[in-house]
Design a protein around this ligand. Structure first.
Ligand code: ADP
Ligand code: MG
Length: 688
């Protein structure tokens, strides 16, 4: 008798036949540890082998298959270490230059007058289109490959696509598919295909329709499980009695005094939100509130006032930010604002020394600090609070629902406030933050001048440098963002350093330029940010590490290199770093790719400074073929679902998760430990 041992989702990828230590280590680098992780490492795109097309229809930046005659004898040129081979291919009505790098042996194959099928990417050379590094396709190969789809995965240095394709296909072959867990009535109602079929077809679809059907099911599942988790949280939180109730009789003068001490008056939207928070915290039940407001709408001050309300009653309040830079910035501004009122603020971050941390733990535990600001360090086991009445997460989308929950468990059912700049419509927010009430700050401070935007090609760079120099001469500051997506951190650091050098050469000597990148030590980062905040650094060259929250109102120029590589949501966040003060601010998006599609997408930023508008227009431009567009940072991250594009599916899944009986949920989980783990991941709670 032969025993077949199937793979389980929870098994380590080393159990997959053909995956050794080396491949496993590479897969670990992209976050794939278990078989389930690999199955859910969905393709980023598909390479569709399109039929032969005529050369005149070839578009820049697209992969094309063309057939024709060689009309020029092959030219070979050496350039440094490169051997460059060029020729020309002609079909019935047009011709195109063809170039190969480091393939000198092709010279003997490519003969004048011969007929070839070539497949490759269309690039540009001196303004003319050319076919770069194409594959030579035999007739046989062509008929075998035409119209097939090959999955394209996100890669990392050393990990190539073929390796992932092999690993996934092996895993699918050996997998014992978890039983179909969705009740049949749900599958029928929402017209969903079977689970195992979906898994196979998302990785290896034969047709676009297969892929779309598979995707529909998997998106639904992801949202469905998420909804179950949110519902679980909601049950937990609704009707939690308020143990940190603001005393309505004592006149809450302190937060009003702080408000009066501000150099500006709050907008109506801010005032309304402050009222809502006050009413929540002085009501019968615990506060669970989301404050949503576009970048620069002034969410921080609202958070500060909430903290003041709670600490006036003798409780502690804590605020968690996603990065050290941001935590430090909040800490500095709160200290300055609140010290005159006798309130003490303390900072706790991961980069502090063990000794500093220990001292801070004591300060927190002994309630020598009223307000605690920090990063993830705030939710470490060792931190003990004293009478923690309010927890706030800034930039909630950077955290999981789970972390928010761990944070609140640091106290005994404290009030919860979360802040987010993700521009999602209210109907979606209600689902995604199902366990929270929502306040929306839909108004920018009055003194703001609208940011002036321009989307330009690289030839504009020199002008941009001159413009930056002019702004610096007038006392202002600038950010320059350059980032290589999907390259290693080392390359990123080198890139930034090179760019800093380049700017130092290109800008007048009075301009100070420094760089900031992900791999830097937190202390170095903080130091640079502090000097930038004090205008000791005029121009900051950075990767997207400064994307969220950073507030230096004196900065008026945001220049983004390679803007075409970023998602619009991310560019909007970056833009939010300027226009935060009374000065006219400018955004310069430099695109290294001027294809019509890309310019149209970037052009949306030109039309409006409003995050909701940008998100909506972006959605309209993304057709069904663009399901796996540039990863939108800033969105609540799902592996396959896109809250904008798949909004309808999100609603259905939420509805389905409401309808399913507790009994059915329990059954589903009992038979599929993988799902239970996900629910716990999302919510921090098991379903009982
Ligand atoms: P975000 O909503 O992006 O977190 P911040 O809270 O960092 O925005 O606020 C951006 C800037 O606007 C800060 O410098 C802040 O002091 C300032 N600000 C906040 N509210 C107002 C207001 N009502 N009037 C003028 N400036 C304000
Ligand atoms: Mg903020």
């Amino acid at each position: 008798m032969i025993w077949v041992i199937f793979l389980q989702y929870t098994d380590n990828i080393l159990n997959i036949k053909g995956i050794g230590e080396k491949t496993a280590a590479l897969l670990n680098k992209v976050g794939v540890f278990s078989v389930g992780d690999l199955i859910e490492y969905y393709p980023r795109n598909y390479d569709v082998f399109k039929p032969i097309q005529s050369i005149k229809d070839a578009q820049y930046d697209e992969t094309v298959t063309i057939e024709g005659f060689i009309t020029d004898s092959v030219n070979i040129k050496k350039s440094g270490r490169l051997t460059i081979l060029t020729t020309r291919l002609k079909d019935s009505d047009d011709s195109i230059r063809v170039v190969w790098f480091n393939m000198p042996y092709l010279k003997n194959m490519i003969k004048l007058g011969n007929r070839f099928i070539l497949r490759g990417k269309v690039s540009r050379n001196n303004g003319y289109l050319q076919l770069e590094q194409p594959k030579i396709i035999s007739k046989e190969e062509y008929y075998k490959s035409v119209n097939t789809m090959t999955p394209v995965y996100s890669l990392t240095h050393g990990l190539n696509n073929t390796t992932i394709v092999k690993a996934v296909s092996q895993a699918i072959g050996e997998l014992e598919f978890d039983k179909e867990y969705l009740p049949v009535d749900i599958r029928k109602k929402y017209n969903l295909c079977g689970y195992s079929k979906a898994v196979k077809n998302i990785h290896f679809p034969k047709t676009m329709e297969d892929m779309l059907e598979a995707r529909k099911r998997l998106v639904f599942d992801e949202f469905f499980i998420f909804s179950l988790a949110v519902n679980r949280l909601k049950e937990d939180k609704n009707k939690t009695l308020n143990s940190y109730r603001l005393n309505k009789d004592s006149d809450q003068t302190l937060y009003k005094k702080v408000m009066d001490s501000l150099p500006f008056t709050l907008t109506n939207a801010q005032l309304k939100t402050v009222d809502e928070i006050y009413n929540d915290m002085s009501g019968e039940y615990c506060m669970n509130r989301l404050v949503q407001g576009d970048v620069g709408s002034g969410k921080t001050i609202v958070a500060i006032l909430a903290l003041v309300m709670i600490v006036q009653e003798g409780y502690q309040g804590a605020l968690m930010a996603p990065t050290e830079v941001l935590a430090l910035q909040h800490y500095e501004s709160m200290k300055e604002l609140l010290l005159p009122f006798g309130l003490s603020v303390v900072l706790l971050t991961g980069s502090m020394t063990v000794k500093e941390k220990k001292e801070t733990y004591e300060v927190i535990k002994n309630h020598e600090a009223d307000i605690i600001i920090g990063t993830h360090a705030l939710i470490q086991e060792k931190v003990e609070y004293d009478n923690l009445g309010l927890v706030i997460t800034d930039e909630q989308h950077r955290f999981g629902v789970r972390q928010r929950d761990i944070f609140s468990k640091k106290g005994d059912k404290p009030h919860i406030l979360v802040m987010s700049a993700t521009p999602i419509p209210r109907t979606l927010a209600i689902i995604l933050y199902g366990d929270l009430d929502i306040s929306i700050i839909d108004e920018l401070p009055k003194d703001r001048l609208p940011i002036k935007n321009c989307v330009v090609d690289t030839s504009y760079r020199e002008k941009a440098y001159k413009f930056i120099a002019k702004e610096v001469a007038a006392g202002r500051q600038a950010y320059v963002i350059c980032s290589m997506i999907e390259e290693s951190e080392n390359i990123e650091a080198e890139n930034i350093k090179d760019y800093v050098e380049r700017l130092r050469i290109n800008l007048p000597p009075f301009v100070t330029v420094e760089g900031l990148y992900g791999k830097m030590k937190p202390k170095e980062k903080n130091d640079i940010m502090e000097r930038f905040a004090k205008n000791e650094i005029n121009v900051l060259v950075s990767t997207t590490v400064i994307e969220v929250g950073v507030n230096v109102p004196n900065a008026t120029v945001m220049m983004v290199e390679d803007a075409h590589r970023f998602g619009l949501a991310q560019l909007h966040q970056l833009r939010g770093r300027v226009g935060r003060g009374k000065y006219q601010s400018y955004c310069i998006f430099i695109s290294g790719n001027d294809s019509k599609k890309i310019m149209e997408r970037l052009g949306i930023l030109n039309k409006s400074n409003n995050g909701f508008f940008v998100a909506e227009e972006d959605l309209k431009l993304r057709g069904p073929g663009d399901l796996f567009g540039i990863r939108q940072s800033g969105d609540i991250s799902f592996k396959i679902g896109d809250i904008f594009n798949d909004a309808a599916s999100l609603k259905e899944a939420c509805e389905g998760a409401k309808d399913i009986s507790l009994e059915n949920i329990r059954k589903m989980i009992k038979e599929n430990s993988w799902i239970e783990r996900k629910i716990i991941d999302y919510s921090g709670n098991a379903i009982l």
